[in-house]
Design a protein around this ligand. Structure first.
Ligand SMILES: C[S@@+](CC[C@H](N)C(=O)[O-])C[C@H]1O[C@@H](n2cnc3c(N)ncnc32)[C@H](O)[C@@H]1O
Length: 326
């Protein structure tokens, strides 16, 4: 049976994407098709949904969800960072909308058996793409202690990164750390009791998030996609990104600002020399957040940040002479 996902901020996503019959829309993170299905309904009868997910289980699921809709749906088991080549392979020069809903699906967290949840006795895998080489177990057992500490500090913003890396190093010299639950227990022991008691989240939350980000190279992939995004969109096309932690949101915010900026010269230059032309108009000066009602109904949505932008139309909006500086 096909699995589904409760789509986060669905009304807002649909509003920003402006789905209409005949449009070509990319869902770069299909998951349980929670966004993709209502998008498809709005672009029928002659629109095209391009669905991408790096998890083969999500693609197999989507094939079931969209059975009989093959004329309007193309599915790709791939990374959204490869969208330029995915679209080129499908002979598509530009699309009218792209949505990314970053992070893990409920299926991956609860049923994939890949050790994403620290409450389970599952192997330390954490690959979203099960064809990828490196698992969380490989990192835990092979990375230098200092590299582990860097991962926990940089990707998990974990204050006790050195202590946790040290505890892992001591344990792995004696015996392998086999399951997610074993690792979670080890992390809990490595953190001072008082700090753990004060925290509102499970002591292993940040370490698990950091490992997942490292295993799936999530931030590099997001940066690479965000660099390419404007040239994938048709004029007037929309981009909508839902992120779940500050590291992701910061990347989206900065890249959108760069693409929307008229000038990237260092401050103080008397004349503009960069010749930067804005590509996008930002539609969300501040990130949109889920309504209190949505958070009550789906507490997992509480940390969502939505940012959206629109590709400028040429030549009316791009290519205007630049105003003088200052
Ligand atoms: C939060 S879920 C998406 C849920 C979906 N919007 C829904 O409502 O059903 C995120 C999905 O994106 C996929 N994913 C995450 N990073 C990806 C990437 N870089 N490329 C392709 N898929 C990715 C994951 O495998 C997961 O299935």
């Amino acid at each position: 049976m096909a699995y589904r996902h409760i789509p986060v901020m669905l009304d807002e996503v649909l509003e920003h994407l402006q789905c209409a019959p005949g449009r070509i829309i990319v869902d770069g993170t299909l998951g349980g098709c929670g966004h993709a299905l209502p998008i498809l309904e709005r672009i029928l009868p002659d629109g095209l949904l391009i669905g991408v997910d790096q998890d083969p289980a999500a693609i197999a699921n989507a094939a079931t969800v969209f059975a009989g809709r093959e004329q309007n749906v193309r599915l790709f088991h791939d990374n959204y960072a490869n969208l330029p080549s995915i679209l080129a392979s499908a002979d598509i020069a530009g699309v009218d909308g792209i949505v990314l809903d970053l992070g893990l699906s409920l299926y991956q967290l609860e049923s994939s058996g890949r050790g994403f949840s620290f409450t389970r006795d599952e192997p330390l895998d954490m690959r979203m793409d099960t064809d990828a080489e490196t698992t969380a177990g490989d990192l835990i057992h092979r990375a230098e202690k200092s590299e582990l500490a860097r991962i926990f500090r940089q990707y998990g913003e974990e204050r006790w990164a050195n202590q946790i890396a040290g505890a892992i190093d001591r344990r792995r010299r004696r015996e392998p750390i086999r399951t997610a639950r074993e690792l979670a227990a080890l992390v809990s022991e490595a953190i001072p009791k008082r700090a753990a008691a004060r925290s509102r989240i499970h002591p292993a939350t940040r370490v698990f998030m950091a490992l997942r980000i490292a295993v799936n190279r999530e931030l590099e992939r997001l940066e690479s996609f965000m660099d390419a995004a404007p040239r994938l969109l048709n004029p007037g096309g929309r981009l909508c990104v839902l992120s779940f932690h500050s590291l992701e949101d910061r990347i989206v915010k900065h890249r959108l600002r760069q693409h929307a900026s008229t000038c990237t010269c260092p401050p103080g230059l008397p004349v503009c020399t960069c010749n930067q032309q804005p590509q996008l108009r930002i539609r969300t000066p501040k990130p949109a957040v889920p309504s209190p009602a949505e958070v009550r109904a789906n507490p997992m949505a509480r940390s969502t940040r939505l940012r959206a932008a629109e590709k400028l139309k040429w030549p009316e909006e791009i290519g205007k002479p630049k105003p003088p500086r200052g």
